[in-house]
Design a protein around this ligand. Structure first.
Ligand SMILES: Cc1ncc(COP(=O)(O)O)c(C=O)c1O
Length: 425
């Protein structure tokens, strides 16, 4: 068996190298937090599927907004309100361009991916579902793409159906085809699995559903910062994602929806800004997208989101994907060379996530020991308990990669995991 470092070199030689042009040193300079020391060691941040770090342009945009423009939006006639409104709506246009939506009215601000999926469940699905109808999800969904559907099923008498996955963590397309039926009202599927890293064949899934006239919602939380997302090319009905996983602030995200559907859906929440007129006899609703944005929103968050999207737009998404793929290949090769380590999730198409377990070591112990080495990973169920059950493990350790991670960091990570093996072995 080769050593982890030999395995790293092998992986490096084997990898076609379109990522070579990616200037990771320049990228790192944009992220002040990467200069932190943890337990006296340089921070190696490999918990990016959980949340990403924030670059200076995002931090500056937040500070600038509060120092110069802070006011409520859409309401006042004064200059600051005008500037805040312009920043808020300008960010919507940046997000529209980033996902290639037809028009910015199809981009709704949400609290994040979870909020977006709940919006679809409570506005789109609840108003349409009846007893006997079915919603289809996959076995590798995050709880955010399971529980909102269970709730709406309870409310309406509909049933949740689950597409199984293979041992490698690939979606069973044959089973998806078998489960699609005249009763299926919506397919809601992950784009990239947060627990396994699998990139689902989302184009094929959408084509299969559309062939039966069934709309598709996509959970894009783990895809938006790692793959090129083009909602028009995908032709999905909905696409939900979170800013904090794409170098933006937490508590803000977006839901893309096709205009015709959004027009036909009842509001998600009632309150200020989402109305055209209110009387005790009858209230009428605002136009899109405001119909779905009740109350004072997270304006600063939106400004930061816009800055994050602008920052990401400065990169070639293919170069990002290639860079992260290479990190993943090197990390996988290194871990597989360590006795007792088992990688969970071996789909041929993966993005940025490496889950693993180690014989005789609880994942929480791996996480704790790695932390002492300065390496931040996540351990646990990753809000995907059915996936853990599918593999018969209580939890996994998960390293996840971003634009600022380096080959040296992968070596530090692999050495730290070897150390865990030596301590328990
Ligand atoms: C695949 C996936 N979907 C949904 C979510 C929920 O995202 P948020 O907590 O930002 O709403 C996550 C978060 O980890 C995720 O990984």
């Amino acid at each position: 068996m080769s050593s982890p470092l030999q395995a790293l070199d092998q992986a490096s030689n084997q990898a076609a190298n379109p990522a070579a042009t990616f200037d990771v040193a320049a990228v790192r300079a944009d992220f002040p937090i990467l200069r932190e020391q943890v337990h006296g060691k340089p921070l190696v941040y490999l918990d990016n599927a959980n949340t990403t770090q924030k670059p200076t342009p995002v931090l500056d945009a937040l500070q600038h907004y509060y120092e110069h423009d802070n006011a409520n939006i859409h309401r006042a006639t004064h200059l600051l309100s005008e500037r805040a409104t312009k920043a808020y709506e300008g960010a919507r246009e940046k997000v529209r361009r980033f996902i290639n939506a037809r028009e910015s009215a199809e981009v709704l601000y949400t609290r994040g991916c979870t909020d977006g999926l709940n919006l679809i469940a409570q506005s789109f699905a609840r108003s349409r579902l009846k007893a006997g109808d079915e919603i289809l999800v996959s076995w590798m969904e995050h709880h955010s793409n399971i529980v909102p559907w269970q709730m709406v099923c309870e409310q309406t008498g509909a049933t949740l159906k689950v597409v199984p996955i293979t041992d490698d963590g690939e979606l069973r397309l044959d089973e998806l085809e078998r489960l699609l039926s005249d009763r299926t009202r919506l397919v809601s599927i992950i784009h990239v699995s947060n627990s396994l890293g699998t990139i689902t064949p989302i184009e094929r899934i959408i084509a299969l559903a559309h062939a039966r006239g069934i709309p598709v919602a996509v959970d894009g939380a783990q895809a938006a910062a790692h793959l090129r997302v083009d909602v028009q090319a995908l032709d999905c009905e909905f696409y939900a994602f979170s800013a904090h996983k794409m170098y933006g602030p937490s508590g803000i995200g977006a839901l893309y929806g096709k205009r015709a559907l959004l027009e036909s859906m009842p509001p998600y929440q009632g309150g200020g800004d989402m109305i055209a007129s209110v009387t005790f006899e009858k209230t009428t609703y605002n136009t899109l997208p405001h119909k779905f944005e009740a109350g004072t929103p997270n304006i600063a968050g939106v400004v930061g989101f816009g800055a994050a999207v602008e920052y990401l737009s400065g990169f070639d998404m293919q170069a990002i994907a290639a860079h992260e793929h290479e990190l993943q290949a090197r990390a996988t090769a290194a871990l597989e060379a360590i006795n007792g380590v088992h990688v969970i999730g071996k789909a041929p198409r993966k993005a940025g996530v490496l889950s693993f377990v180690m014989d005789g070591v609880h994942p929480h112990d791996i996480g704790t020991i790695l932390d002492r080495e300065g390496v931040a990973i996540r351990t646990g169920q990753h809000c995907a308990q059915p996936v853990m059950d599918r593999y018969g493990v209580p939890a996994t350790a998960r390293a996840s990669f971003a634009i600022y991670n380096t080959h040296e960091e992968i070596e530090i990570f692999a050495r730290a995991v070897s150390k865990v093996g030596a301590m328990f072995g």
